[in-house]
Write a protein that binds this ligand. Structure first.
Ligand code: OFO
Length: 166
């Protein structure tokens, strides 16, 4: 595997691992703040990011490269509000999308069409994740400071987490 491609894939691998860790911190915060539905949703999201990371580990190794399991920075331990959590989540996802686009760009420059094809899965995954985060943020902005609304929002997220699990 081309060294440059191996490097950018390893750096993408680290971003996916950091996403998993970041969402795990959010899930834990939500769980200890009585937001069980939100916590369930975020635990699942964290698991998905770990799966994104594993997919890269296996791809790099299978193509003759060497996947490097990175050290990670400690994510925040508390958040201002649920709105703040999802604002940070969307901002984080936008950064990940930029980074994936950059990997795709390098694949084209290096004429590595196999990795280019492999990365298309991440491109569509980012579209879905950004759209989901925007929908959730729209709902939260509508709810504002309404406690009843927040209760229903949390319950809805719990149901959506259950549906995807089954
Ligand atoms: Fe891996 O999709 Fe979000 O970060």
């Amino acid at each position: 595997m081309n060294k440059h491609i191996e490097e950018v894939l390893n750096s993408q691998l680290k971003k996916e691992a950091s996403s998993s860790q970041f969402y795990l911190a959010m899930a834990s915060w939500a769980e200890t703040n009585g937001l069980n539905g939100t916590a369930k949703f975020l635990y699942r999201h964290s698991d998905e990011e770990r799966m994104h990371m594993l997919k890269l580990v296996k791809f790099i190794n299978e193509r003759g490269g060497k996947a490097i399991i990175p050290a990670l920075e400690q994510p925040p331990v508390s958040f201002d509000s649920v709105l703040n959590v999802f604002e940070l989540l969307l901002e984080h996802e936008l950064g990940v999308t930029d980074s994936i686009n950059n990997v795709v760009d390098i694949c084209l420059k290096e004429k590595d069409y196999t990795t280019y094809n492999f990365m298309q899965w991440y491109v569509s995954e980012q579209l879905e994740e950004e759209a989901l985060a925007r929908t959730i943020l729209d709902k939260l902005r509508m709810i504002g400071n309404d406690k009843g609304g927040l209760y229903l929002f949390d319950r809805d997220l719990e149901n959506s987490a259950i549906q995807v699990e089954n």
